[in-house]
Design a protein around this ligand. Structure first.
Ligand SMILES: [Ca+2]
Ligand SMILES: [Ca+2]
Ligand SMILES: [Ca+2]
Length: 173
């Protein structure tokens, strides 16, 4: 067989269970450790996982898994509540970084050893209860990648559920 070869990997066991209404899996890829192999990010209602690529494909040895409780500076007693993810080099060090929205915005920075919560940043953006829409690009204000966070139901002033877009500009580490 040539071309695409289907291989089933049981990444999201929760998918076999009844899905809450808001359940929405997310998948991204980027080379967080710059070893030349793409690494895979999968997220669901309450968990973000990273599976690192290798010469022999995605390998489980270096798997990472975070819930909200693992992310630094996040408010306690909250559920992840809908993690959206996006990737970009937000600090311009050539390692791709991971943005995770969960009760605010978390940036996990890439490095030669991959992503680490010990090198993460938390921005307490006001979040609504849905899955924010994320877009990455260099919108200007420095060469680093920037992040736009769109939310449908966030209140703006006296306008409830008005919706808003926050833009977070990257900056050197
Ligand atoms: Ca990699
Ligand atoms: Ca970076
Ligand atoms: Ca920029």
């Amino acid at each position: 067989m040539t071309g695409l070869v289907p291989t089933s990997v049981p990444l999201l066991r929760a998918a076999a269970e009844p899905a809450p209404e808001r359940w929405q899996p997310g998948a991204r890829h980027a080379d967080f450790d710059r070893d030349g192999f793409a690494d895979l990010v999968v997220s669901n209602e309450d968990t973000v996982r990273v599976i690192y690529g290798s010469a022999s494909g995605l390998r489980s040895e270096r798997n990472q898994r975070w819930t909200l409780a693992d992310l630094p500076s996040a408010p306690a007693d909250e559920e992840l509540g809908g993690a959206s993810t996006a990737v970009g080099d937000f600090d311009g060090d050539r390692y791709t970084d991971l943005a995770v929205t969960a009760v605010g915005l978390h940036i996990l920075y890439g490095s030669s050893t991959g992503l680490s919560v010990s090198r993460a940043r938390y921005l307490p953006l006001l979040m609504d209860s849905g899955f924010p829409a994320l877009a990455v690009g260099n919108f200007g204000n420095g060469p680093e990648a920037d992040l736009a966070v769109g939310q449908s139901y966030v209140d703006v002033g006296k306008a409830s559920d008005a919706g808003a877009v926050d833009v977070v500009y990257g900056s050197p580490s």
